[in-house]
Design a protein. Structure first.
Lengths: 436, 257
């Protein structure tokens, strides 16, 4: 924001006072330095502008024109949400603050507050915090500069945590810009499933969530990460998950973006060792004037690594969707397998889709394929259903939910599927009879 | 049951049906034969209510009611069924779920209570056996990965479930080997009652060995040029369309949707 000829947005102006405050906390020098770099980044770059290549297709004005407050830290937060999911632990972020009960955890699963770990054993997290997710835009930079506390999860070597760890992220009434932060360290051959749910505030007023999730996956470890973004109609999220996968490790991300004024989810994965693998599944359904934007970056740093990526989107009304998927195969990363597909189903004339699959291959012995489609419902299929007595409205609902079903069925936590299906049916304005 | 009077239909401004007259009564099976491009499939599509066809003249009445303004689903609910020459694949839509919705749409129209999932499943099993459709296929997405014969059998299965008053089977015999043809024909025969009617649209008379029609009509150049009983079909088999002065193909005349 140093450049005087660039207009400062209302949202940027909101943050000026926050950044004036000195770094009072007693934190390790490495963290102070990382925060300072993030501040410097934000103060020189501000929030992304429309000419920024990574934000070219995402109109940010509906977010940056808002005034927001910084959430007070360390509240005695109440229980987050009622949950039917059987889980190993249920934690979360309430107005950005880490909350939840971690008293009785299964063996091998450790969950603690970052503040406490910084006091006791900061060297445990020094290699990861703010290092896996190096801020690449103003949102993430501010997240690192300003976050108060975070959750740190560690799964001990050779531990399989049977039930999912649930993480619920919520603002009570909106009005804040919050920076929930999570660091997960998967030791060798450990296994964990995370169910992250971004849920609507009570009154669904405008609020902005910038989540920064960092995952370190050691040799042979497996992390499954379900992200369900079901925001209120006025809420916005611009979040980043950054992952490093070591040899033989596996990260499986399943993303469902099913509501919110603006949802931008970035996933950055680096495959660091042989036989590391990542699966990226995504399903988005935007309607009204919603904006959804999925950016994925997968970097093959090492030979014999695999990515399989499939994102599907449904775009209705005046909604806009962006898919930007970059796969980079570094020199020497031979025997890489990379597949990337993005399919979009457009339900209205005013809906807009930008699909941008990209491969950057610097090795010569690789198997890579990618493809993107943007299409409409098939008139033949609709007619076929009509000739059986099904009206066009139900035919469209059936065919649209069928389009989504392949991704829905791939959700790695089957207990979530009925809820996901209900949400999709409700986005289709379908009657109860749509029990697919 | 069905009266077609002086039906003229254009597609993209081109005249495809040029004055069709046809009356079909309950209990009857009619065969409409004709060379490629004669307008057979257009007639089937127009009866079922497909978009893209303009009726410039004439009328279609079904049980005394004018059909031409009704959307396809309304015709289906009144008891008209179209068996497709090329059944459409519906990835992700299960046969069972889609047929339950279809059956209940028709029942609702007739003022009957809707069937729940359990009653529907029982009925579907019975009908699948009747037409010899593998029960696993019943649960799969509609026509996805089905062989040609399985797709046609699935059409007959749907017809068995929906119990239409008037079934229009468009080239239901195309692409079937002799065993599959027998199975499909058996299905059609079993579903014949004094109350319903069937229109078989076919190029070849082979099907008519198995499903014996009451009336045979020869369509050429968008109009019915000859009518008769089953012996007309036998004549065509022996001597070909040329014996009626009709060329075997009429390329470019019919436009398929």
């Amino acid at each position: 924001m140093s450049s005087s000829n660039v207009q400062v947005t209302t949202l940027e102006r909101s943050t000026m006072d926050w950044l004036k405050a000195p770094l009072l906390r007693v934190e390790p020098a490495w963290l102070v330095q990382r925060r300072q770099l993030a501040r410097d980044y934000f103060q020189s770059h501000g929030l992304p502008k429309s000419h920024d290549e990574n934000f070219r297709f995402l109109p940010l004005a509906s977010v940056t024109s808002q005034q927001l407050r910084q959430a007070p830290s360390g509240l005695n937060a109440p229980d987050l949400v009622e949950s039917n999911l059987e889980c190993s632990a249920s934690i979360g972020f309430f107005d950005g603050n880490p909350v939840g009960d971690v008293e009785s955890l299964p063996p091998g699963l450790k969950i603690g507050h970052l503040k406490r770990i910084l006091e006791d054993t900061p060297s445990e997290i020094e290699p990861y915090l703010g290092q896996l997710a190096v801020p690449a835009n103003g949102f993430a930079a501010l997240g690192l500069a300003l976050f108060d506390d975070a959750w740190v999860v560690r799964v001990r070597a050779d531990t399989t945590v049977a039930l999912p760890l649930e993480i619920v992220v919520r603002q009570k009434h909106g009005g804040y810009w919050t920076f929930p932060r999570l660091l997960v360290i998967m030791e060798p051959r450990s296994r964990l499933t995370i169910v992250e749910r971004q849920v609507a505030s009570e009154d669904e007023s405008f609020g902005l969530t910038t989540g920064i999730f960092e995952f370190s996956i050691a040799d042979g470890a497996q992390l499954t990460h379900v992200r369900l973004a079901t925001h209120g109609i006025e809420e916005a999220e611009l979040s980043t998950a950054a992952v490093e996968v070591a040899s033989g490790g596996h990260y499986h991300s399943w993303v469902g973006s099913l509501g919110g004024r603006l949802t931008r989810l970035e996933t950055h994965v680096r495959l660091m060792g042989a036989d590391a693998r990542v699966d990226l599944d995504g399903l988005y359904f935007a309607r009204n004037r919603e904006l959804v934007d999925h950016h994925t970056v997968v970097v093959h740093e090492c030979e014999s690594t695999t990515v399989e990526e499939s994102y599907r989107g449904i775009i209705d009304d005046e909604a806009q969707a962006v898919f930007d998927g970059l796969i980079v195969v570094k020199p020497g990363a031979q025997h890489t397998t990379a597949q990337q597909y993005n399919r979009n189903l457009v339900l209205s004339d005013a809906a807009v889709v930008h699909s941008k699959p990209q491969l950057e291959i610097e090795a010569d012995d690789v198997v890579c394929s990618h493809g993107a489609t943007v299409g409409r419902l098939d008139a033949q299929q609709i007619f076929y259903l009509q000739t059986r007595g099904i009206d066009t409205a139900l035919a469209r609902q059936l065919l649209t939910s069928a389009f989504a079903s392949e991704l829905v069925d791939r959700c790695p936590v089957p207990e979530l599927i009925p809820d996901i299906k209900r949400r999709i049916a409700s986005r289709l304005c379908a009657a109860e009879e749509l029990d697919w | 049951m069905l009266q077609i009077e002086n039906l003229h239909v254009t597609v993209d401004g081109r005249l495809i049906l040029n004055g069709i007259n046809l009356e079909v009564n309950a209990g009857e099976v009619h065969a409409i034969m004709g060379p490629n491009g004669s307008g057979k499939s257009t007639l089937a599509s127009v009866l079922a209510g497909r978009d893209g066809y303009t009726i410039t003249e004439g009328r279609i009445r079904f049980e005394g009611e004018e059909l031409t303004q009704l959307p396809a689903e309304e015709r289906a609910r009144r008891g008209i069924f179209l068996g497709f020459q090329y059944p459409v694949e519906l990835p992700g839509v299960s046969n069972l779920y889609f047929l339950k919705a279809a059956l209940n749409a028709g029942r609702k129209h007739r003022g009957l209570p809707e069937l729940d999932a359990i009653d529907f499943l029982d009925l579907a099993k019975i009908k699948a056996r009747l037409v010899g459709l593998d029960e696993n296929l019943v649960r799969r997405p509609v026509n996805v990965g089905f062989s040609g014969g399985e797709k046609k059998r699935n059409e007959i299965f749907q017809m068995a479930l929906l119990e239409p008053k008037l079934a229009i089977l468009d080239e239901i015999d195309s692409g079937l080997d002799i065993d599959a043809l027998k199975v499909v024909s058996d299905g059609v025969n079993q579903l014949r009652t004094p109350k319903n009617a069937t229109i078989l649209i076919t190029h070849y008379q082979r099907l008519l060995h198995y499903v014996v029609p009451d009336r045979v009509h020869v369509l050429a150049g968008g109009r019915i040029v000859r009518g008769g009983d089953r012996s007309l079909a036998e004549l065509l088999e022996r001597e070909g369309y040329a014996s009626l002065g009709v060329p075997e193909t009429q390329p470019g005349f019919e436009v398929r949707a």
